[in-house]
Structure formats: structure tokens, C-alpha cells
Design a protein around this ligand. Structure first.
Ligand SMILES: CC(C)(COP(=O)(O)OP(=O)(O)OC[C@H]1O[C@@H](n2cnc3c(N)ncnc32)[C@H](O)[C@@H]1OP(=O)(O)O)[C@@H](O)C(=O)NCCC(=O)NCCS
Length: 170
């Protein structure tokens, strides 16, 4: 996608201070919280970075569980024997403003979906959950992906892992 950039786990050598996506809370998260959450095994932060440590974009994945009865009816089907089902949360995704509009965000989203499926092959996860910023909701929906909405949480998008697998197999 970008010359010299690869997906890497976030480490100390990455220049977190220089990253600027236009959403101060997403910049602050990367600068101040991401390393600690990664070290605490609560969130895995994946950066798209080069050898100089420059970060062009990042996304964050973690695990969560849902009450089956809180899911949209279509996603409750076949799961009524469970109280909860496991999911994978795409909690944050951002592109540095310098790299905007080059499809890098879409590239990160598709890498995050692939990572979620790969993770679910080792530890089962039924759903990918995207907690979108309200102002980025249209961006997520512009990808033609058939997300379900979490009842009562309009910015929380849900996608069964099997749909992602089918999409990636195509
Ligand atoms: C949203 C974001 C990830 C998009 O990244 P990007 O690399 O610029 O996007 P892409 O190049 O993949 O897509 C560009 C297209 O999306 C559109 N787009 C960009 N941001 C948008 C938004 N917030 N809402 C609707 N459409 C948006 C662009 O107009 C463009 O459309 P076009 O193809 O018709 O010209 C990036 O703008 C960003 O990091 N924003 C700040 C952080 C954020 O909101 N993150 C998501 C919530 S966690």
C-alpha cells in the first residue's frame, strides 16, 4: 500500500507523538494509553509503520462478550442456548492526516477484519464489533459491508465472523 510501511505490533520505537489523525482523543489514545493497554493484555494495537518508526495508521482489537438477548434478532438465531457469545472489538482505527484519502483507512479496516478472523481460528469469536465514532459512521457504511446495528447503540456495528470469512474467501 505505502512503500516501506508494514503492519507491526506497537512498540516503544514507534513515534506515537507525531501521529495526528484530526481526532484528538484518538491521537491521545495512541500517545498515552495504547502501550499500557497492550502491555496489560487488554488491547492489541496494530500500527502501519515504517523503519523510521513513523505511524501512518493504527487499529486496536480486543475481546468482549455479549448478552445474547441484547443482540439484533438476526444474530440471536441459533444462539438461544447461550447467555453470552464471544466477540472481537475493533475499538479504534485512525489514519494520519498526511495519508488521508489514499484508501489507507479501507486497507486498515480490511486488515483488521482479516486479523479478527485469524484470531477467531485459535480462540473462537462469533462477531466483529466496530465502535465507530458517530462522525465516521458513514465512512464505515460506505464500504458496502452488511453490518447489523446493536439495538440502542447506533454507532456500534456488528458483523458475524462467518460473513467476514465468506468475504475473504471470495
Ligand atoms: C475515517 C478515516 C479512517 C478514513 O481514512 P482514509 O484513509 O482517509 O479513508 P479512505 O481513503 O479509505 O476513504 C476515503 C473516502 O471516504 C470518505 N470519508 C472519509 N472520512 C469520512 C467520514 N468521516 N465520513 C464519511 N466519509 C468519509 C472520503 O470522502 C472518501 O470518499 P471518496 O472515495 O468518495 O472520495 C480517517 O479519515 C480518520 O482517521 N479519521 C479520524 C479518526 C476516525 O474518525 N476514525 C474512525 C472512527 S474509530
Amino acid at each position: 500500500m505505502l512503500d516501506g510501511f508494514t503492519f507491526q505490533p506497537l512498540t516503544r520505537r514507534h513515534d506515537r507523538g507525531r501521529f495526528s489523525c484530526g481526532q484528538p482523543d484518538l491521537d491521545r489514545y495512541l500517545r498515552e494509553l495504547a502501550r499500557r493497554q497492550d502491555e496489560n493484555d487488554t488491547t492489541r494495537v496494530h500500527v502501519y509503520a515504517n523503519d523510521a518508526g513513523e505511524i501512518a495508521g493504527y487499529y486496536a482489537l480486543s475481546a468482549l462478550a455479549f448478552e445474547v438477548t441484547g443482540l439484533p434478532p438476526a444474530l440471536q438465531r441459533g444462539r438461544s442456548q447461550y447467555v453470552q457469545v464471544p466477540g472481537t472489538l475493533l475499538g479504534r482505527l485512525a489514519v494520519d492526516q498526511h495519508y488521508r484519502g489514499r484508501r489507507l483507512g479501507s486497507f486498515l479496516l480490511s486488515h483488521a477484519m482479516r486479523s479478527a478472523v485469524q484470531g477467531s481460528e485459535i480462540v473462537a469469536s462469533a462477531l466483529l464489533v466496530v465502535d465507530a465514532k458517530p462522525e465516521a459512521l458513514d465512512w464505515y457504511l460506505s464500504h458496502g459491508i452488511e453490518f447489523e446495528r446493536m439495538p440502542g447503540m447506533p454507532s456500534r456495528l456488528l458483523l458475524p465472523m462467518e460473513s467476514i470469512r465468506d468475504e475473504l474467501d471470495r
